[in-house]
Every structure is written in structure tokens, then in C-alpha cells.
Design a protein around this ligand. Structure first.
Ligand SMILES: Cc1cc2nc3c(=O)[nH]c(=O)nc-3n(C[C@H](O)[C@H](O)[C@H](O)COP(=O)(O)O)c2cc1C
Length: 215
């Protein structure tokens, strides 16, 4: 069974990023032997990494980080998954602060006493939702992608999907006069973005399954 964990960082629980992540997980479920889990960081208490280095000296399998907050349970799920999908809204041309904060807490896997680079070899998929197509979408994806690379995770590109660092999907949809429509879930109308998401998720699962067979 391939475990796919999707985490999104929009403060809007049923907003565009949440919808896109749900779409990506449903695409994953279409493949055999896949189980998925959806996590929202909205409303959770996730403190900044303190750079105390506790994880380097005292980490145990049960306790990954010294800070006791909502990140604890999620970090265990990250450790347990095969494919990690991180979905962030685009904020000022980068990932959201909530996602950055959560990613910083995954430092317990880079130098943790339980294992150096504990996430190495897992598959990572970056998704971004921006109001505009070219107002920071790819820089947001690059910041998510960079986190995967620091962990020595595998983050597939997909030429057919037109996806290098991941997939950006647009929530701001315009009418025929180039005026923005006030749609709550504009991502649903970005057919190119959704198709690319589907293709990239399928590619990540194809690679994850291949790795499972090869090992
Ligand atoms: C603080 C803030 C900064 C934003 N900066 C950008 C931006 O730089 N580029 C962009 O395309 N959209 C930007 N947006 C718009 C959001 O990315 C967009 O509305 C997206 O759909 C939010 O996802 P959500 O519906 O899941 O919350 C910003 C929104 C907020 C709240």
C-alpha cells in the first residue's frame, strides 16, 4: 500500500487550496493500492522551530521534537508516508507563513538522532494556488520544492504536465472583459492546472510504486 499524505496551509478550510488538495488526493485514489490522508494546518498550533537542537541529541522514535503542539502528530504521519503533497496558497510570491513554519519543524528529520535525512527517498509533490498565473506561482513552488530537496526527497517533474517544480493552479478567474469574477472556488475552472495536477500526482505514484518494487 502506498501512503499519500496531503497537507495544506490555507487559513480557509474550504477554500481553493483545500479543494485542490482534495482533488489531488482523489486522483491518487484512482490508482491501485493507494491510501490517502488530508490534513489542514488551519487553526492548528504550530510553533516556530527554536533551533534548540534537541532533536539532534535527544530524539526518540516516539518523540521527534521537543515542542509539544499540533505539529507532533503530523510529523509522525510525514515520517510514515510514501508520498508527501504540500499545498500552499501563494502569499507575496512565496509559500504561506504557516507552511514555512511547518516545514521548519521538519528539521527534526534532517539531523534527528533517530536518523540523518530520515525522509530521504520519499516522493514530494508541490502544489500552489495563486490568484494570478504569473504573480509568484513558480517561486512559491520553488520554495516547496527546495524543502523536498533539502530532505533528499524525490520530487518528479512532468514534462507532459508542464510541471517542473510542481503545479500552480489559478483561483482568480476573469470574464470575457478581463474582469475578475467573484467566484469562491475559482480553481475549479483552471482546467489546465487541474489536468497538470492529475498528471503530476500520477507520475509521483508511478515512481513511488516503482521504488517499492525495486526495493
Ligand atoms: C497575504 C496574501 C498575499 C497574497 N499574495 C499573492 C501573490 O503574491 N500572488 C497571487 O497570485 N496571489 C496572492 N494572494 C491571493 C491568494 O493566493 C489566492 O486568493 C488563493 O486563492 C488563496 O488560496 P485559498 O483560497 O486556499 O486561501 C495573496 C493572498 C493573501 C491573503
Amino acid at each position: 500500500m502506498i501512503k499519500v499524505l496531503g497537507i495544506h496551509s490555507s487559513p480557509i478550510k474550504n477554500g481553493n487550496t483545500a479543494w485542490l488538495l482534495d482533488y489531488a488526493l482523489k486522483e491518487a485514489e484512482k490508482m491501485d493500492s493507494v491510501e490517502t490522508e488530508f490534513i489542514t494546518l488551519a487553526g492548528l498550533t504550530i510553533a516556530d522551530c527554536k533551533h534548540c537542537n534537541w532533536c539532534m541529541k535527544k530524539q526518540t522514535p516516539d518523540k521527534l521534537c521537543v515542542i509539544e503542539d499540533d505539529a507532533d502528530q503530523i510529523l509522525h504521519k510525514v515520517q510514515d508516508c510514501d508520498v508527501l503533497i504540500l499545498a500552499s496558497p501563494v502569499y507575496f510570491s512565496r509559500l504561506s507563513g504557516t507552511m514555512a513554519c511547518f516545514i521548519d519543524r521538519t528539521r527534526c528529520f534532517t539531523f534527528g538522532k533517530n536518523g540523518h535525512l530520515a525522509l530521504k527517498g520519499k516522493m514530494g509533490v508541490a502544489l500552489a494556488v495563486g490568484w494570478c498565473r504569473n504573480l509568484g506561482m513558480e517561486t512559491t513552488l520553488a520554495s516547496l520544492h527546495g524543502a523536498f530537496l533539502v530532505h533528499e526527497m524525490l520530487a518528479p517533474s512532468c514534462h507532459t504536465a508542464g510541471a517542473l517544480y510542481g503545479v500552480g493552479v489559478v483561483s482568480g478567474q476573469r470574464d470575457e472583459n478581463f474582469v475578475y469574477k467573484r467566484e469562491k472556488l475559482g480553481v475549479k475552472d483552471d482546467h489546465e492546472g487541474l489536468n497538470s495536477t492529475k498528471l503530476l500526482v500520477h507520475e509521483a505514484l508511478r515512481m513511488a510504486k516503482k521504488l517499492t518494487v525495486d526495493n
